[in-house]
Design a protein around this ligand. Sequence first.
Ligand SMILES: [Zn+2]
Length: 380
Amino acid sequence: MITIKNGLVLCGFNLQAVKTNVIINDEGRIIKLSPHDESGEIIDATNCIVMPAFLNAHTHIADSILKDVGDGLTISQLVEPPNGLKHKLLNEATDEQLVESMHEEAKEMLYSGISTFIDFREGGIEGVKLLKKAVYDLPINACILGRCNEYYDPKTTVEEARLLTRELLQYCDGVGLSGVQDVDSEIMMQIAQVCNDEDKLAVVHVAEYYDLQEKSIQLTNQTEIERALRAGFTTIVHATQPVLQDLDLLVENSPFIVACPRSNGMLSTGIPPVSVYNEVGLDVALGTDNVMFNKPDMFREMEYTLKAMRGTYQNKITARDILKMATINGFKILGKDISISEGNVSDILVIKQKSEDPYLSVVNRSSAEDIMNFIMGNQM
Ligand SMILES: [Zn+2]
């Protein structure tokens, strides 16, 4: 039994700030929230905030062997499969280099309060195995979304794609596709269908920059967002440049949106309208995207997002909204509730409080060094 005592606890889905103790049993489950009770080992959280741990909702951690490589090139020169610089350099790396590099990056994420990350892993089943090897001795949850090289081969049939996807899903948690225009639309629908049938995640990059949207409309009369939703994808990454009826379609279908504002900034693709999505009631989670461009640090992502939103859209997005996007919203994608509530599994950070406003304290002022304790009962 553990009691986190004397902290300001951000409780429930709304992260309501309450002065209470949090009692956790030996299985890692929160059994009581009470200002009066305590039991077992005491963790003193005086002058600290007690909050849910971070989920990094979109990473490519294999890119960590390429940090800051290719600065100034266009997004397609950098990351477009199969000939972008990233893919060329990843192909040249040895398995050992990739595993070592991913291991170090996962450790860095743990150090900065991330209990869980959702990674796009290239290289089919072998690629998935490398990431599993990189994290097997670390107490971090890796949700791995694989992809088959054969998806990109025009000779691959829909039936072959179905079988390949079923085989891939025996090793990972879903499929992460590089884009709606990279693979045949029938194959894309098949991939989403297999994932949905097997209760796995089907996730795709969409509308990351305006030219993609324009090209998609010219070729198919549909935007990238429309194509992804019609194909059956329930989580989309980026949605940086919605156009035409995209916002209505998003509200109608209510997919999870994973926004990566720092990545979009670094690649000059725009500022995703996170605050607009939030205002219309869509669930937005934050991801740090390629380690090639970004340190996978949710503190940095949150601060950038808050200020980019206020600077660009001049609306009233709050630090509390942003904190939800970095924590409990991401877990919703995985069907998990890790809010601090009685009965839930504990996945909790104890972090120094640096200002009167607990939300701004975390979003605007904190970094990994301020984490005093990390209690993880949330092993997948
Ligand atoms: Zn990405």
